[in-house]
Design a protein around this ligand. Structure first.
Ligand code: FAD
Ligand code: NAP
Ligand code: SF4
Length: 678
């Protein structure tokens, strides 16, 4: 069977008359930090060129502000002058050389800005941004509208095939549309007709200025997920109006940034919100595009097959694998490096002011710096440990032409990812293991599982180079009673499935402590796989009868079947070290399930009665059945000394190198970089 037949809808071109999208895929807009690169847009050009080469139908850049005061921050990217447009020519040229199409996203942040010069329809501060915005005068609103039109014209002059007008996620267009942020009484406020004048003027004036043969995508907020957002009736009125005003494609936006509901984290079911796009599709004639947590070709195909949308937008999945579409076309599904929705290297970086990348693909946004060049001198390499660090090293070294043997004591590839994948809401981690397995097979890595390799085997194995990616051991604690029979490690619980009583105390509230609490507090609702269960838990009305999709709907978290205490010694907020964009979702979930979080704890002893602690100078007994240790890890590198003594060339990767603040992002990045240098 030809693979085009396997994903026939996804791989079908979309003919717009004057131009054609090669597949039904849009790479959705993501701010990567390359937009503001001091050396110009050369890196951004190669970033998009790789995705164009990979078969994406339409690429959309990160947001560029059409006006000085509309930026996301004081010096953020903008498209205001002819000189700005000229800087972009390298981007459009490289994408076109690779046969792709690209649109520039026009984003005016309004009150969602870190600039002190921020603007908005009304002087109401966003709850998650620091400054009160300046209220635009009528003339200033006119200027902001015109700035979008000017920017679209400049984009066209720079060679872009279109623009996306950013009308979702709570940016200025949303702010005009909703009474939550717009309390004006002039022609831009009051009735819905007045409130939607801002986006409508933008779209109709852009269309007039750029002519018919230029793509205008409008990112429409389908469900705001904040109190006081749009009703579904208002969304449809706007959709029909912008269609009449000349948009080419309507893309889906889900939730404002200030919404307290996760919309893209890995705990969100795949394609969770496509039923809402399907409702929009019934109301308009232009192609509509579904988005959010669509991360595999089969999920995308299903969305199209079910006629929920005409196109699918995937932003992070294209960061994870620029060749996503080509691999789907060529029957290499298992070789697609699937986005696991972790946000660790993309959004967490962006929101910390760092350049984005991807946990599973460190080349993302570093296309010109991290290059895997075929070797001229193949070496015989042993990689010990098939966790993320060892897998990444083995993959890159083998791709470059080295002769790689990969050892692991366990019977399966993946290292600690085999624990992570068992946590409810982390099912995507299976995909990374599948990907590495397929790639290692493709590049001919000799995989030896189920045997702990010894120093003498490595010394006598005739290897030119040995990589120790042997990971970690859980930190041993010196608390009185630590060897009591009621004490378990996270490995006992996750891997060995040792029975856990009705009440537990978890020592350590880092990533693993949270994951163990998630595992043990999990009830019957499968909220990361079952869309309805997810909607019920977070109080979302997908039938769209409630304003904003939430008003009048109660959250409904299933209480934990066990009594759980999650503990740390630090007096800082529990979970403060979790991911910037996802930590709050984990804290909210556990709190709502009734998990008790206690900070500032001193551990005194463990006995059959439970865990004895001191908090705020007060001695307490947590009368629990089990105490589970999730107190960090220490490097496992026992093979290093004998190998060095035998003059074997040896390098450490991942946890074996440094256990402090280890995560898979660092392990994969380090493994890939070292292998690129071999
Ligand atoms: P490991 O994954 O520890 O792999 C080491 C491998 O070496 C093991 O498979 C071991 O069997 C093998 N080995 C050791 N000695 C030998 C020997 N002598 N011979 C043969 N084989 C040997 N990180 C994130 O970034 N995001 C997350 O969301 C996340 N969630 C997690 C959830 C859980 C429950 C856990 C436990 C971890 C999580 N992590 C997460 C952490 C992440 O998995 C680790 O940082 C990562 O696996 C470290 O990779 P590594 O390659 O250094 O070692
Ligand atoms: P961690 O994040 O470093 O947390 C260790 C916890 O143990 C902390 O709460 C720490 O808090 C406590 N602790 C440390 N030393 C202790 C001691 N001697 N006695 C008692 N408590 C002690 O490590 P982890 O949870 O083991 O996770 C390992 C790595 O995997 C982390 O780096 C993490 O990034 C990664 N991971 C990430 C995720 C994710 O979702 N991104 C999920 C799981 C794991 P106090 O010192 O305040 O007590
Ligand atoms: Fe996806 Fe994580 Fe990569 Fe971001 S860092 S693109 S969420 S896998």
């Amino acid at each position: 069977m030809s693979q085009t037949k396997q994903y026939p809808k996804l791989l079908e071109p979309l003919d717009l008359g004057y131009t054609k999208l090669r597949s039904r895929t849009i790479m959705g807009s993501m701010h990567t930090g390359l937009e503001e690169d001091s050396e110009g847009l050369g890196k951004m050009a190669e970033f998009f060129a790789a995705r164009a080469k990979g078969g994406v139908g339409l690429l959309i850049t990160g947001g560029f502000s059409p006006s000085v005061r509309g930026g996301l921050g004081p010096h953020s990217s903008a498209m205001i002058t002819a000189a700005d447009a000229q800087r972009h020519e390298i981007v459009t040229r490289r994408v076109h050389e690779e046969g792709g199409l690209i649109a520039l996203q026009l984003l005016n942040a309004g009150r969602q800005s870190y600039s002190q010069e921020l603007i908005a329809p009304s002087p109401i501060r966003s709850p998650i941004y620091p400054f009160v915005p300046h209220e635009l005068t009528d003339a200033e609103v006119e200027n902001e509208v015109e700035s979008f039109v000017n920017a679209a014209e400049l984009a066209k002059s720079a060679g872009y095939d279109g623009v996306e007008v950013m009308g979702s996620e709570g940016y200025i267009i949303n702010q005009f549309l909703s009474e939550r942020a717009n309390q004006r009484t002039d022609q831009w406020g009051g009735s819905y007709e007045n409130r939607m004048r801002f986006p409508l003027e933008i779209v109709s004036r852009i269309r007039k200025r750029v002519g018919e043969e230029f793509i205008i995508v409008y990112r429409l907020s389908l469900i705001d997920l904040v109190p006081g957002g749009s009703t579904w009736e208002e969304v449809i009125i706007l959709a029909k109006a912008i269609e009449a005003a000349g948009v080419t494609i309507i893309n889906s936006g889900i939730g404002w940034h200030e919404a307290r509901i996760p919309t893209i984290a890995t705990m969100v079911p795949r394609a969770a919100f496509t039923s809402i796009t399907a409702q929009l599709k019934k109301e308009v004639s232009v192609p509509v595009c579904a988005s959010n947590r669509i991360n595999t070709p089969e999920v995308a195909e299903q969305v199209l097959e079910d006629d929920e949308a005409d196109l699918v937008s995937m932003a992070r999945p294209m960061l994870a694998d620029p060749e996503f579409v080509n691999k789907a076309r060529n029957g290499q599904r298992a070789n697609i490096n699937i986005c696991i929705g972790c946000n660790q290297a993309c959004l967490d970086h962006t929101f910390s002011g760092k350049r984005a990348s991807c946990l599973v693909n460190p080349q993302a946004c570093h296309e010109t710096e991290l290059v895997y060049v075929p070797t001229k001198q193949p070496k015989k390499v042993a990689v010990v440990g098939a966790g993320p660090g060892g897998l990444a090293y083995a993959r890159v070294a083998a791709e470059r032409g080295h002769n790689v043997t990969l050892f692991d004591a366990q019977s399966e590839l993946g290292g600690q990812f085999n624990y992570a994948k068992q946590i409810p809401g982390k099912e995507e981690f299976y995909e990374t293991i599948t990907y590495f397995k397929a790639e290692l097979e493709q590049y001919g890595v000799d995989i030896r599982l189920g045997k702990k390799v010894t120093a003498s085997e490595l010394i006598n194995g005739g290897f030119d180079h040995v990589i120790l990616a042997t990971g970690i051991v859980p930190r041993a604690l010196e608390i009185e009673g630590i060897n009591n029979s009621n004490v378990l490690s996270y490995i006992d619980v996750i891997r060995d499935k040792k029975p856990v009583g009705k009440s537990v105390a978890i020592i350590g509230a880092g990533g693993i402590g949270f994951d163990v609490a998630e595992l043990l507090s999990h009830g019957t609702a499968n909220t990361s796989l079952d869309k309805q269960a997810f909607f019920e838990q977070w109080g979302i009305d997908a039938s769209l009868n409630s304003r904003s999709g939430i008003e009048g709907v109660k959250e409904n978290f299933e209480a934990s079947p066990k009594e759980i205490f999650l503990l740390q010694r630090k007096t800082t907020k529990i979970g403060a070290g979790l991911g910037k964009t996802t930590g709050w979702t984990h804290r909210t979930t556990l709190t709502n399930k009734g998990v008790n979080m206690i900070n500032g704890v001193t551990y005194r002893k463990i006995d059959d009665a439970g865990l004895h602690i001191t908090v705020n100078d007060e001695e307490r007994l947590l009368a629990v059945d089990n105490v589970i240790i999730c107190a960090g890890q220490e490097s496992l590198k026992e093979l290093q000394a004998p190998l060095k003594a035998a003059n074997v060339s040896v390098q450490l990767v991942g946890g074996a190198d440094l256990a402090v603040e280890l995560d898979a992002k660092r392990a994969i990045d380090q493994g890939s970089r070292l292998a690129a240098e071999l």
